[in-house]
Design a protein around this ligand. Structure first.
Ligand SMILES: N[C@@H](CCC(=O)N[C@@H](CS)C(=O)NCC(=O)O)C(=O)O
Length: 219
């Protein structure tokens, strides 16, 4: 039985938005009860809290609902930020949020078109090139003040953007490897090999009503 005072995180392991929320929760150490969701069969408890039906959703003990991944990241890190993810070495929190917005509003739509060309027949031809423009901006940033996006150590923007870059890289790994972004490749490889990412990517059986979810973050 989980502590009923803990926040409840509705999550889906492979969702990049849920990944970044889990990364921030793990980085902050804020404990919650993780309920793994099957997107085709969302729990009524989750839909009652957040009718829009996307993951991640964090329901706090006072019934406050956070239904945007970035809000969950900021909530966790504002409570506890031992790795200083909100205070990057180079740049500011506002600059990080601007980069995350560029990822979410500019890069992610191209990622979707690149991943699912059948769903977007008109745009698919240029989706990879348009997505690559964002990745080249990240490469330039890493060259200027790397090896992380905002300086020598990881911060919010790295964790918020990385799951989407990872998906983009996985569509055609050979093509991604051949592109002129060696620093980006090293950055991505470092993140996917990190103990933090391993903890954020643990597998959990789908949650069923009446059961306790998993204790998150894991040890
Ligand atoms: N803006 C939201 C987007 C979340 C989102 O779109 N999540 C996807 C999964 S990656 C989802 O739940 N889609 C609903 C569905 O597939 O039924 C956030 O940042 O949390």
């Amino acid at each position: 039985m989980q502590d009923p005072r803990l926040p409840v995180l509705y999550s889906f392991r492979r969702c990049p938005y849920a990944m970044r929320a889990r990364l921030a929760l793990a980085a902050s150490g804020e404990r919650c009860e993780l309920r793994e969701v099957v997107l085709k069969n969302k729990p009524p408890e989750m839909l009652a809290a957040s009718p829009k039906g996307t993951v991640p959703v964090l329901v706090l003990a006072d019934a406050t609902v956070l239904e945007q991944s970035l809000d969950i990241m900021l909530w966790a890190l504002r409570r506890h930020d031992p790795l200083c993810w909100l205070a990057p070495v180079a740049g500011t929190l506002d600059e990080m949020l601007a980069l995350v917005a560029a990822c979410d509003n500019g890069f992610k739509p191209q990622l979707d078109r690149y991943k699912y060309p059948g769903r977007f027949p008109d745009a698919s031809a240029s989706a990879r090139e348009l997505g690559a423009q964002f990745l080249l901006q990240l490469e330039a940033r890493l060259a200027g003040s790397g090896p992380q996006l905002f300086g020598a150590r990881a911060a919010l923007a790295d964790a918020a953007v990385m799951p989407f870059v990872r998906q983009f890289a996985m569509v055609d790994a050979a093509w991604f490897e051949s592109q002129p972004w060696p620093l980006l490749r090293a950055w991505l490889a470092g993140w996917t090999a990190s103990p933090l990412f391993e903890r954020a990517m643990r597998k959990y059986a789908p949650w069923a009503a009446g059961e306790a979810g998993a204790a998150y973050p894991p040890a």
